[in-house]
Ligand binder design. Structure first.
Ligand SMILES: *Cc1c(COP(=O)(O)O)cnc(C)c1O
Length: 387
């Protein structure tokens, strides 16, 4: 009797349906499945953050509606964290908005600036929300392929003029999910210059800036001259502090862009639970050694997997950041049939690269979200396969 709206009907097919079905089937046989699919850290939130939340839950003043822009104290904590980390001073009132997880902000942002028929430039392969937010706002997605020969950076010089003329937003995400690629400050400078020339908003998803290894430190796009006029950047506590379940994040950047997103939120949500914001304050202003410990754990896991895959003859690069490994499937396989083989013959879940977009075909993604021994076990299982 009721049919879904056209916008729901336009949603891309969920490519992991078949894999999810297969996983359930394999598990039903009693096989011990090693799930390297989900980008959700296995480690608990640090105790000092949990303690702050427990105390905050008890305070009656936190039992009321929060404000959708977020507590000033949370935005101030985000501003000082940002200044310490990137050397940029932000106005917590005009240049920061609190989010109920960055997915919320990313999905809602186009509602503030995209009119029906406007084009949004979206990288592919990518986190699906950039396209979905565009679709829900009535915009048209124009995909920018991220290719290995361009170090998984979009080729801005090859966007057709007629597309550029209609484009409103350019989405970026570095360090990148799923390719684990990173972007330099020079690349961001080129992007900001391009945005000024073409009257574009740059929306940068920076969820993984703190999960870096070795000596590379991912920059914020706001470090670049002129970025404050054209850019909004989405930061999340989810990955940095192992807080995916808490739903707390923030966006920073250009005043008008922040005001537009805040206006959408004023009309849709009533903000993040203040006890969660207090936990966020404890995370951002507390001792940061927990983040260094997480980095060390993921670095060790990365090294185990990269060495293991290389020993088995896989074509793969050691990521400088994120907790993902993006590897080529062996000769003679597609992303889909390789992922199916790993699952059915080795009980291992990986994500087929094409699930993130067509140019991801030929790759698979491993999430380093299980411990070292399980990763070692997964590598041994892969070694025993005939590939
Ligand atoms: C995990 C992730 C996020 C963060 O999502 P939250 O809603 O803040 O938990 C954002 N972007 C990408 C690409 C991610 O992988």
């Amino acid at each position: 009797m009721f049919s879904f709206s056209e916008r729901l009907q336009k949603l891309p097919p969920y490519l992991f349906v078949e894999l999810d079905r297969m996983k359930a089937e394999v598990q039903a046989k009693g096989i011990d499945v090693i799930d390297l699919g989900v980008g959700d850290p296995d480690l608990p939130t640090p105790a000092h953050i949990v303690e702050a939340a427990v105390e905050a839950v008890k305070k009656p003043e936190n039992h009321h509606y929060p404000s959708s822009v977020g507590m000033l104290a949370f935005r101030e904590a985000a501003a000082s964290w940002f200044e310490k980390r990137f050397g940029i001073k932000l106005d917590p009132v005009k240049e920061i908005v609190t989010l109920i997880g960055s997915k919320e902000g990313i999905a809602h942002f186009p509602l503030a600036f995209v009119n029906p028929g406007d084009v949004v430039l979206v990288p592919t392969p990518a986190y699906p929300v950039y396209h979905i937010g565009t679709l829900f706002a009535g915009g048209e997605t124009f995909y920018l392929p991220l290719l290995p020969e361009n170090d998984f950076l979009p080729d801005l010089d090859n966007i057709p003029e007629n597309i550029l003329a209609r484009a409103k937003i350019l989405w970026l995400n570095y360090p990148n999910n799923p390719t684990a690629a990173v972007a330099s400050r020079d690349f961001f400078a080129k992007v900001v210059n391009f945005a000024h020339k073409n009257n574009l908003i740059v929306a940068h998803d920076a969820a993984y800036t703190e999960l870096y290894f070795d000596d590379f430190r991912p920059p914020s796009i706001l470090e670049v001259d002129g970025a404050r006029e054209v850019a909004i950047e989405f930061h999340s506590l989810s990955k940095t502090y192992c807080m995916t379940g808490w739903r707390i994040a923030f966006a920073v950047g250009n005043e008008t862009l922040i005001a537009g997103l805040t206006k959408v939120k004023n009309n849709i949500d009533s903000g993040a639970f203040q006890a969660v914001q207090e936990a966020g304050i404890a995370a951002l202003s507390g001792d940061q050694s927990c983040v260094e410990e997480f980095r060390q754990i993921f670095r060790e896991r990365r090294d185990v997997v990269i060495k293991g895959l290389k020993d088995l003859g896989f074509e793969v690069e050691s990521p400088k950041a994120t907790f993902y490994v993006w590897a080529k499937v062996p000769q003679g396989y597609t992303s889909t049939n390789f992922a199916a083989k790993l699952l059915q013959e080795a009980g291992i879940v990986v994500t087929p690269g094409n699930g993130f977009g067509e140019p991801g075909e030929g790759f698979f993604r491993i999430a380093l979200t299980v411990d070292k021994n399980r990763l070692q076990e997964a590598l041994e299982r892969i070694a025993s396969l005939k590939l």
